[in-house]
Design a protein around this ligand. Sequence first.
Ligand code: 5AD
Length: 363
Amino acid sequence: MSSLKENMTCGVLEPVPLTSPDRMLKLPLTDADILHYITSPSPTETEDLFDCARRTREERFGRKVYFRALIEITNYCKNGCFYCGIRAENRTVDRYRLSLEQILHCCREGDALGYKSFVLQGGDDPFFTDERVVEIIAAIRAEFPAHAISLSLGERERESYERFFVAGANRYLLRHETANEAHYATLHPADMSLSRRKQCLFDLKEIGFQTGAGFMVGSPYQTPATLAEDLRFLAELKPAMIGIGPFIPARGTPFADRSAGGAELTARMVALARILLPDALIPATTAFASIAPQAGGGRERALAAGANVVMPNLSPAFARERYTIYDNKISSGSEAAASLATMRRDIRSWGFEPDMGRGDAPA
Ligand code: 5AD
């Protein structure tokens, strides 16, 4: 431990400890390999998978873990995704929207703490018209010319995305949720389609956004084959960012009584995503932390599987409580400064290097 500390002060970390330095995964992975590693019961093969993911992350990013300030701007949503706690028909949700001033206040707080990257996330809320979103982006951009601005506001027309990009947004997160048509239809109402979701993702990339896709692990009706399709789709889209977290049931939804996705399978999917897309920015998601909450368990697990981003929540406390996309979402409950300090300490103790830079995708 002390040698690790010494090394960190001069910016050099010891090489990643590998469980099996003498065994290597055969790359590139074929479709059959991918399916194999999703399901393999062999502890040796699983160790090799995680070793390979760690080594891949280390080659591209060293031990850096990038910090993004997450601001949940609205929990209104017009959509009816069957898994999501803030779906339109869920009457148990206490709805809120942040004002421009409240959003700017969060950004200022984040900036004062050293964040260089803001993520504005929300339901698909018609109140936030293109004009309003542009006004928000422009106001943040005027005050923070060098910060990264990410949006996660759902499906919009290509022209809307173009306006957001011109106004100064750099990144857009839109999980594809599942790349299998039939599976998509079991998770979403008939007015939503996988083809539209994919079109949005390809549009975002073409416009020039650093684009994020991703999916839940353990969602109802998911199979190893649909998970393999998710990875294949990611390999085709080549997103700059990939969000992977376990499905967690949410009260007031059609899937309230389903069981949550498992930590082991989620970690495997993170590892496979890292190996297939070595340059990707992959967050250790709050959902993962929420199913294994003891002492940051899920976050550590995700980082050990190749993740390299964390997104501490900077929303006001009332918003954090109401942004209930799933049950038992962990929230530090403490002020932004205190939770940042805790997370930085945890990350160092797991052998990683907190980085408050913008953390852009490698060119
Ligand atoms: N469990 C886990 N993740 C969920 N999301 C939505 N509902 C749930 C849930 N019940 C994820 C979706 C969405 C992201 C913002 O949160 O993948 O894209």
